[in-house]
Design a protein around this ligand. Structure first.
Ligand code: GYE
Length: 326
């Protein structure tokens, strides 16, 4: 505590020195104009569960650099919702200028978002969404997860819809908007087809759990499984090991559809081990930083910014791989 006070004192001396040097941007930036003022941003990241997440963290750190006028306080919550709520609360206590939140789960945010609002600290969501009332956050920069699921499901319906096909699903983190909305979009798209769901379980968006859950599916259903839909590349990549260990050929004996299109996923697709990937763009940093600057300057912003995604089959992956940035 004491050390914190001394640090705060030092920061204050620094702030005064800056002000006397001609910069008038005090407080949390209200009023705009003070664009010389460093913006302190607390970023509550989910954790480091996947390749998508690594690319997203890197993009955020690059965009929220000192050179761009930010002081970034980064926290990764190891995918524990309570730890992430505590991180946001700690940002409020530190009096940051803005909070950026990539919410692990959709529910449970009302109280801490109200606390941020009462403290006049704007919250900008990135990546996933929350169920809390819209007036508790300034803006959301993210992806259309339902559409991603629909795109994956439409490909499945087009390619397997008229052949009896047994499907297993590796779901993302339970309660996350990414998992819930992808499932909804996918289910809608395969409705009324001959694709039959054998089983669906969470693999928490990680390779390790994707592998374990797939091992369980294989033990239970063996070669009855024709098709795997994994809510992200990493779980699909974990499942590859399980499928090979069971003596089956991924991409041939079991067709695989995933979401994200990170390098390792795209490589598996180009190598014929995956069959289709719907992209989910993790490079959100620049857009989020632009929105944060506007919000802190008191300018108006849209309630949501949705970044477009593409999709790839094996041939398209081969063509796209050399230029992929993540
Ligand atoms: O697809 C997955 C990550 O929320 C879009 O989270 C994100 C998802 C992404 O762990 O790989």
């Amino acid at each position: 505590m004491k050390a914190k006070k001394i640090l705060a004192g030092l920061a204050l001396v620094g702030a005064i020195a800056l002000t006397t040097a001609g910069c008038a941007g005090g407080g949390s930036g209200a009023g705009g104009g003070g664009n010389d003022k460093v913006i302190t941003v607390g970023f509550a990241q989910t954790g480091s569960e996947s390749g998508w997440r690594s690319a997203n963290t890197e993009s955020m750190k690059e965009a929220f650099s000192e050179a761009n006028g930010f002081n970034l306080i980064f926290n990764a919550a190891d995918n524990k919702p309570e730890a992430q709520i505590a991180a946001v609360r700690s940002f409020i206590n530190q009096g940051v200028d803005a909070i950026v939140l990539a919410p692990i789960v959709t529910d449970g945010w009302d109280d801490v978002l109200k606390e941020a609002k009462d403290a006049n600290i704007p919250v900008i969501l990135e990546d996933r969404t929350v169920s809390a009332s819209e007036d508790l956050y300034a803006s959301w920069v993210g992806l259309d997860f339902k559409k991603e699921g629909e795109t994956a499901g439409t490909w499945v319906a087009d390619n397997f819809g008229k052949t009896p096909t047994n499907l297993v699903v590796l779901e993302g983190t339970t309660g996350s908007s990414a998992a819930t909305d992808r499932a909804t979009g996918f289910d809608d798209a395969i409705k009324g087809t001959d694709v039959k769901l054998l089983d669906s379980q969470t693999g928490n968006f990680t390779r390790a759990e994707g592998k374990t859950v797939m091992e369980g599916f294989l033990q239970k259903y063996g070669s009855q499984i024709n098709l795997l839909f994994a809510h992200n590349d990493d779980m699909g990549l974990g499942a590859l090991d399980a499928i090979k260990a069971a003596g089956l050929k991924p991409g041939t004996d079991i067709k695989i559809v995933t979401i994200d299109a990170v390098k390792d996923g795209m490589t598996a697709l180009a190598d014929g081990e995956f069959n289709y990937i719907v992209e989910c763009n993790p490079l959100l940093g620049d857009k989020v930083a632009e929105v944060v600057k506007k919000v802190v300057a008191g300018e108006s912003v849209d309630k949501s910014y949705i970044v477009e995604d593409q999709a790839f089959d094996q041939e398209q992956a081969k063509a796209a791989l050399p230029d992929r940035k993540y």
